[in-house]
Design a protein around this ligand. Structure first.
Ligand SMILES: NC(=O)c1ccc[n+]([C@@H]2O[C@H](COP(=O)([O-])OP(=O)(O)OC[C@H]3O[C@@H](n4cnc5c(N)ncnc54)[C@H](O)[C@@H]3O)[C@@H](O)[C@H]2O)c1
Length: 274
């Protein structure tokens, strides 16, 4: 996409954290931001803060798991603002802890938000991107979409699903002759938003600031890059996993603290049950 000016950019889970930072960054480039979130109170706060920065921003309360509501939401958006040109599937949840200590409902909710939500939003808005002169789909996976994450098994596996889904859609767009639709998977390590409060980040992978990540996301949109792997060590993860025998890659993950980092997860205030 050559420029973001006047592009209609829909972001899910944008009331705070990475989604809000993406909105601010792309809004500064002249994008027309449609910010959606489950949390109406935070969303209103986000709108006020974006307007102070003179970002052109509309907000809609939207639960991405409410898949039946999505066609009506799309129609409302078309009536009020027009078709979407950039879709950022950012909404996500995590519940850390030993697999059997968490209620099953939390594991299943993780999949509903992180996987079903991404698939359903893409299903509803990909036709807009295909109909646009230039369209871009950005799906936020995670560095944990590339590795195992004990104490975060359903979170990591939901992000593996997002990675596989997004890469498949990317190739499908090309095969179908929709080369004007670019697709990016974003795989960040830990980002300082509160979502992973309490974790011990792996060696050589300190928490990223959201602003560091969103600069890379902006570049990926402008340059049609397929993957954002940040920080730098994440870029080597697929290679290392591919060439090392399992006992060595497990040993390396142990040594770096990937395996145990989630043990101390507390999340946003009050999210941990015990
Ligand atoms: N923070 C990190 O370290 C990190 C690392 C890698 C990937 N990610 C991914 O980046 C994305 C954003 O993470 P963040 O750190 O900004 O998290 P965050 O918790 O700060 O923000 C997530 C937002 O999603 C919203 N949300 C939750 N469920 C929703 C639903 N059903 N419908 C609509 N909105 C919903 C929340 O209200 C919240 O505003 C997530 O997909 C997350 O998995 C985060």
């Amino acid at each position: 996409m050559r420029s973001l000016r006047d592009k209609l950019i829909l972001i899910t889970g944008g009331a705070r954290g990475i989604g809000l930072a993406i909105a601010r960054r792309l809004g500064r480039d002249g994008g027309r931001i449609v910010l959606t979130d489950l949390d109406a109170v935070e969303l209103e706060r986000a709108r006020e803060s974006l307007q102070k920065d003179e970002v052109d921003c509309s907000v809609f309360t939207l639960d991405v798991t409410d898949t039946e509501a999505l066609p009506d939401f799309r129609q409302r958006l078309h009536d009020q603002l027009g078709p979407v040109e950039v879709l950022v599937n950012n909404a996500g949840v995590v519940f850390g802890g030993p697999f059997l200590d968490l209620p099953l409902e939390k594991h299943l909710l993780t999949y509903r938000v992180n996987v079903d939500g991404v698939v359903a939003m893409t299903y509803n808005f990909l036709p807009d991107l295909i109909a646009a002169e230039e369209g871009h789909l950005v799906n936020i996976s995670s560095a944990s979409g590339l590795v195992a994450l004990p104490w975060g098994s359903t979170y990591a596996s939901s992000k593996w699903a997002v990675l596989g889904f997004t890469e498949s859609i990317r190739q499908e767009m090309t095969e179908l002759g929709h080369e004007h639709v670019a697709v990016t998977t974003v795989c960040p390590g830990y980002v300082d938003t509160g979502m992973f409060e309490g974790v011990r980040p792996p060696m050589l992978m300190p928490f990223l600031e959201p602003e560091q990540l969103v600069d890379k996301v902006r570049t990926a949109i402008l340059k049609r890059q397929e993957m954002v792997l940040e920080p730098w060590l994440v870029k080597f993860t697929p290679l290392l996993k591919g060439i090392l025998p399992r006992f060595l890659s497990d040993g390396l993950a142990d040594l770096m603290g990937v395996t145990t980092g989630m043990k101390s997860w507390s999340g946003h205030a009050g999210e941990r049950d015990d």
